[in-house]
Design a protein around this ligand. Structure first.
Ligand code: FNR
Length: 352
């Protein structure tokens, strides 16, 4: 199996296994306020993550490249979507282009069609400093995502079996490259312990990549004879992972993993995220409905977010960090037994 074939498998199986809707967002509720004293026109959707800023709370999370013409076409359409709607965009892991230069164009196309947008490079934590520099240079990346994917590698028949030294390599990369480093999970969530370790390093942001959406255990299990089904239910649901990471880290938190709609986005911001990544749902919409409809859908989501923020009296994304949220069920229980004080969300006040 070549890397390029594996990329195509990931797309096909991501679409067939789908989004699981086990993120925990259904157990997170806002408290309605009848006197928000705001006009929709006053709401701004500008996201700011350190030196990165763009006009939406949404970024398209890392998916593809490195699988020949079909992945090039997807990246071309994703980047036009990002350009037309003001989203930031990450490319999929660039390792394939570093190993096989003929695949470079499947990534470079993102910068070609989106010369002024926020574009994020992507590599795994096995990458060397030189590979990180080359990946950034390949697409003039504004930041580099480094993904953590232990469960995917273990489930992947041909995956890595040695996970030593990742934190040291991430530190070294963050010290050596000219752009911010964002560390991301890939659907199994970041715990408070991991967030604490990352927070003490010189990386710039943490993307929780929580459980409940695209499931890379299910995807890799489709490629195995003997399935490792015990990993299919493994992981920290996204809503919980945002809260764990937000409470443990002083670095900005990005939310992703099963984000499907405007309410999921606004709840993620309410739980402490500064921006929100969407992958599987955007891929499905693009391949099912085409680019024009997907642009229209993202524009609608932006309007929805403005309506939701108006209902909560919030003019800026960071105001959502102070509005009261009531957590219930498993989300409440998990944060309670982990000593993370879920009542702190319900007792807070937003002073407009
Ligand atoms: C991914 N994802 C991913 N992540 C990463 O860091 N590097 C990569 O190369 C890929 N490749 C990839 C391919 C496909 C087809 C999908 C759907 C996803 C993971 C992605 O960025 C994200 O972390 C997870 O998919 C969870 O988010 P969603 O899909 O539930 O929104």
């Amino acid at each position: 199996m070549t890397r390029a074939q594996r990329k195509q498998d990931h797309i096909n199986y991501a679409l067939s296994t789908g989004q699981q809707r086990r993120t925990g967002f259904d157990e997170v509720a806002f408290v309605h306020q009848s006197l928000p004293n705001i006009a929709v026109d006053e709401v701004h959707l500008q996201a700011e993550i350190g030196e990165l800023n763009w006009s939406s709370p949404i970024f398209i999370n890392a998916m593809t490249g490195g699988g020949g013409e079909s992945t090039s076409k997807i990246n071309e359409e994703l980047t036009i979507l990002a350009r037309e709607t003001g989203l930031a965009i990450a490319v999929g892991s660039q390792m394939s282009a570093l190993k096989d230069p003929s695949e470079r164009k499947t990534y470079e196309i993102v910068r070609q069609h989106n010369p002024n947008g926020i574009v994020l490079g992507n590599l795994g934590s096995e990458a060397t400093v030189q590979q990180a520099k080359d990946a950034v240079e390949m697409i003039s990346a504004n930041a580099l995502q480094i993904h953590l994917n232990v469960i995917q590698e273990l489930t992947m028949p041909e995956g890595d079996r040695d996970f030593r030294g990742a934190m040291d390599r991430i530190q070294e990369i963050a010290e050596s490259i000219p752009v911010p480093v964002i560390v991301k999970e890939t659907g199994f969530g970041i715990s408070k312990e991991t967030a604490e370790s990352l927070s003490h390093s010189n990386i710039s942001a943490i993307d929780v990549g929580g459980f409940g959406g695209t499931n890379f255990s299910k995807i890799e299990n489709q490629r195995r004879k003997r399935m490792l089904e015990f990993f299919d239910d493994w992981g920290i649901p996204t809503a919980i992972s945002i809260a764990e990471s937000h409470k443990a880290s002083i670095k900005p938190i990005l939310a992703s993993g099963g984000i499907q709609n405007s309410l999921d986005i606004v709840k993620s911001l309410g739980l402490g995220a500064s921006a929100v990544g969407m992958a599987g749902i955007i891929l499905k919409q693009l391949l099912d409905s085409g680019l024009e409809d997907t642009i229209e859908e993202v524009n609608q989501i932006h309007t929805d977010i403005k309506f939701l923020m108006s209902a909560l009296g919030c003019r800026r994304l960071e105001n959502l960090h102070s509005v009261p949220l009531v957590l219930s069920g498993d989300v409440f229980h998990w944060l309670d037994v982990r000593g993370l004080n879920p009542e702190s969300y319900s007792n807070r006040t937003f002073n407009k």
